[in-house]
Design a binder for this molecule. Structure first.
Ligand SMILES: Nc1ncnc2c1ncn2[C@@H]1O[C@H](COP(=O)(O)OP(=O)(O)OP(=O)(O)O)[C@@H](O)[C@H]1O
Ligand SMILES: [Mg+2]
Length: 215
């Protein structure tokens, strides 16, 4: 092994060790959330939002937020995030790129950081490569978010300002990279703030980032 690959390998191993430590905290909480009624589980959204207002950080509440949405997904979609999906979800929250092979369940991975970052009430954007996927994922994963009391929106080409504004007012907004880009450009040409449709850029998750960035 050359020096560089050794350096990278050990750096990667260190990062994974740290990610695993956090993922273990999520798994440790599994039983606690399993034992909750649907009502109690949904209530976690308000509880976690309040903890943020009281000064906790997103990193502080990550284990509970991930454990809660994981249990919600198990109930609503009959899919419980695998350990590697939790690790992928933590890496995305940290703004990293998580490489996952086809069929490994990236759609479900996104629910973890999307839910967590939506708790700060500044909106989350989920970027897909085409409108078919934006619709599919918003309906599919939307069931989990809605169960947890969050609103899901979608920005589509050809929609009017009112429709788009509503899409961006949702806690989590799905759309394609080009539509998010055009909405941003159109907002920059508005003559008054009232006409803008986007309400800020808080946190975004990009699906298939390799093809989006090449685009
Ligand atoms: N934790 C899980 N438990 C059970 N089934 C799962 C789980 N995670 C994913 N799946 C299933 O795996 C399949 C593939 O998921 P998904 O489409 O998100 O993969 P992907 O990684 O986005 O693949 P692609 O690269 O093709 O887009 C889906 O049918 C999904 O229901
Ligand atoms: Mg996919």
């Amino acid at each position: 092994m050359g020096l560089f690959s050794w350096l990278f390998a050990s750096d990667n191993a260190r990062s994974i060790k740290k990610l695993k430590k956090i993922a273990d905290l999520v798994v440790e909480r599994e039983e606690k959330y399993q034992q909750m009624s649907d009502e109690e589980l949904k209530e976690q959204t308000n509880i976690l939002k309040q903890e943020l207002k009281d000064g906790k950080t997103l990193d502080d509440i990550l284990p509970d937020a991930y454990a809660a949405v994981r249990e919600a997904s198990a109930r609503v979609l009959k899919m419980k995030h695998y350990y590697v999906q939790i690790i992928g979800g933590i890496a995305l929250h940290q703004g990293r790129i998580a490489e996952m092979k086809t069929g490994e369940g990236k759609t479900l991975v996104e629910t973890l950081p999307a839910y967590l970052n939506a708790l700060s009430e500044k909106g989350v954007h989920i970027v897909t490569v085409n409108e078919y996927l934006a619709k599919r994922d918003s309906e599919w994963m939307g069931k989990v978010f809605e169960f947890m009391g969050l609103k899901v929106g979608i920005t589509l080409s050809g929609e009017n300002q009112e429709q788009k504004r509503n899409a961006y007012l949702a806690d989590i907004t799905y759309g394609t990279n080009s539509e998010f880009g055009f909405d941003y450009l159109r907002d920059n040409m508005c003559v008054s703030l009232k006409q803008k449709v986007q309400r800020g850029h808080n946190f975004a998750i990009v699906d298939e980032v390799d093809s989006v960035l090449i685009d």
